[in-house]
Write a protein that binds this ligand. Sequence first.
Ligand SMILES: [Zn+2]
Length: 265
Amino acid sequence: MSHNPEILMLHRVLPVFDADNYYFQRKTAISWQRFVTLLDEIEAKGLVTLPASALAHAIPDSAIFLTFDDGYIDNVEALDEILRRKMTATLFPVKQFVQQGFSPIDDMAQHYMNTDSIPDDTRRSLLTGRLKRLLRVIASDRYRWLRQRWFNIKQDSPGIFMNEEQIRFYSERGIELGIHGVSHRLFTQLGTTSLLSELSESARWLEHLGQKSKPPLCFPHGKFNHSVLALASDFSSVYLTVDQQTEVVGVWRRKWVVEGNVGIS
Ligand SMILES: [Zn+2]
């Protein structure tokens, strides 16, 4: 039985590597080539992919976990390939991203890549600085208002998320769905009432999309604290963070798969 299982975190899987693409700069995309190499390696090592909820129980040394955050549209090809190889994965879609086809950070990222209307010095702020920190705590309407005021952009960029029918399709084929929030705002910044409604609404939504057992939970932006865990325990018993060490029982560290880090470990 393994105490440090490999739990891999992926976001987007894009056709080819592009150094100018925001998602590669942010390390939230890998190329199709990198993805296929990863699956080849899992097969060659005789590892077995399991849904993240299996972490609640004893797991074999051969277990490995594939997780996809946020529900990007390009996950469709990736999940098709996973199913074709008789593997499995856990998908952590965000309710509002899916239903509205919209997320503030992704919208700003696309405007940044596709237009000249965003100043160059905004780029660094969007990647790692104040703009990113702001966008991850505000709701969509507030974001749109600020976007118009700061950049005079009125139009949303084209949607880049899966829709509910697509998510239900994969759920029916054995892809596990996990809680990742309704709005993707930081759980640690929400009051008790808001956090409880994020959790219960997420759980109900996933059930509606076909998730039958208790879902695993992945904290938006990887952030959690003891109050978050106390409220979350009614909804899940497997919690995933980003690429950070954790000693909290029930909270599992994931490895951030990027274009450069060839190999599983
Ligand atoms: Zn996320």
